[in-house]
Design a protein around this ligand. Structure first.
Ligand SMILES: Nc1ncnc2c1ncn2[C@@H]1O[C@H](COP(=O)(O)OP(=O)(O)OP(=O)(O)O)[C@@H](O)[C@H]1O
Ligand SMILES: [Mg+2]
Length: 314
């Protein structure tokens, strides 16, 4: 596919590409692409099969983490059916497409949905972002860099399956949360994604498994065990189990009401599961010391940029 070059790129576009390339090459302390990183600052949420609950988990996990005092940005990176805005009952006017076309600043696209939670609608713009040439990506990274400076943790809600853009998001994140349900099709597809990711990253990737819509914890554990033992047997890698969220009709209701479950006054059965998941992620940050004030070794966006560079060189 030909790279998309957006017509309205400002003239300084080339300079910014050069500056960013320099920035990346000067960052000698940046870990090699895909290296395991202990402090989690970006999490890409993936699945094999669609409809397993990625967006709902992303939203409620983001709320649970914001509740713990972290500043969270939730990037709607589903290139097919972006819908984080619908789940929050908001109608953002602009998306990343406007930023890419140079029509809006990132600050005008970021939609604050809570004191410590912002969503960034990807829209069709993100499809273009993924197809931008090297200079276009660099220009975009420059515009997006403030995002990670203002955020403790970036959560990326990706499309289902392992399209090359999803792979880029996954490889650029500190951690991948792979979601499956107990359905055999979802289990098989999630193993497929796990295998593709693991092989693409040559093993140097941090992946955790979450089972959603299980009828009870035992079922969730048995589902996880099937994937864990397959990964051990065929990939010689033991994928960590992050936990589960049980089937909860309240989640369906929350979607209909366009109000995320964790914003309900009354607790429902899923609350403790989202809190436990948030706690696990919190602990995956640098011993719970996650703070934007700490120096960053590397960021999601810098890695995404480097991926674009590597693609160009091939
Ligand atoms: N734990 C749960 N219990 C019951 N229903 C759930 C649960 N989690 C998600 N759902 C429902 O499953 C449906 C799909 O959820 P969601 O949109 O979050 O999945 P997705 O993986 O993001 O889908 P897509 O691949 O299309 O982006 C929604 O109707 C949602 O209400
Ligand atoms: Mg979704």
């Amino acid at each position: 596919m030909n790279p998309v070059i957006m017509p309205a790129m400002p003239a300084k576009y080339n300079d910014q590409a050069t500056v960013l390339r320099k920035l990346v090459s000067e960052k000698k302390d940046i870990l090699p692409l895909g290296d395991k990183i202990t402090g989690v600052r970006s999490i890409a949420i993936l699945s094999g099969k669609g409809g397993v609950g990625k967006s709902n988990v992303a939203v409620n996990l983001a709320l649970a983490l914001a509740d713990k005092g972290l500043d969270i940005a939730l990037l709607d990176a589903d290139l097919g059916l972006a819908n984080i805005d619908i789940l929050f009952g908001v109608m953002p006017k602009f998306n990343l497409g406007h930023v890419i076309r140079g029509e809006k600043e990132l600050s005008e696209v970021v939609c604050k949905v809570g004191e410590r939670l912002s969503i960034i609608p990807g829209g069709v713009g993100l499809r273009n972002l993924a197809e931008l040439d090297e200079q276009g990506q660099a220009w975009m990274m420059d515009r997006l860099s403030s995002l990670e400076e203002d955020t403790d943790l970036l959560i990326i809600d990706a499309s289902a399956g392992i399209h090359k853009n999803v792979l880029s998001f996954a490889m650029s994140s500190d951690m991948v949360m792979l979601i499956t349900t107990p359905e055999p099709t979802a289990i098989r597809d999630s193993y497929g994604v796990l295998k593709s990711l693991y092989q693409a990253a040559k093993g140097a990737i941090s992946i955790g498994l979450l089972v959603n819509m299980a009828s009870d914890e035992k079922e969730a554990f048995l589902v996880a065990e099937r994937i864990i033992s397959a990964s051990e047997q065929f990939l010689s890698f033991k994928v960590p189990y992050l936990g589960c969220v049980l089937w909860d009709s309240e989640i369906r209701e929350s979607v209909k009401k366009r109000k995320p479950l964790l914003l309900n006054e009354a607790e429902s059965a899923s609350f403790p599961y989202f809190r436990a998941l948030a706690q696990k992620i919190y602990e995956s940050s640098e011993e719970g010391q996650l703070s934007k004030k700490l120096a960053r070794r590397d960021t999601f966006l810098l890695r995404l940029l480097r991926q674009a560079e590597n693609r160009e060189k091939r």
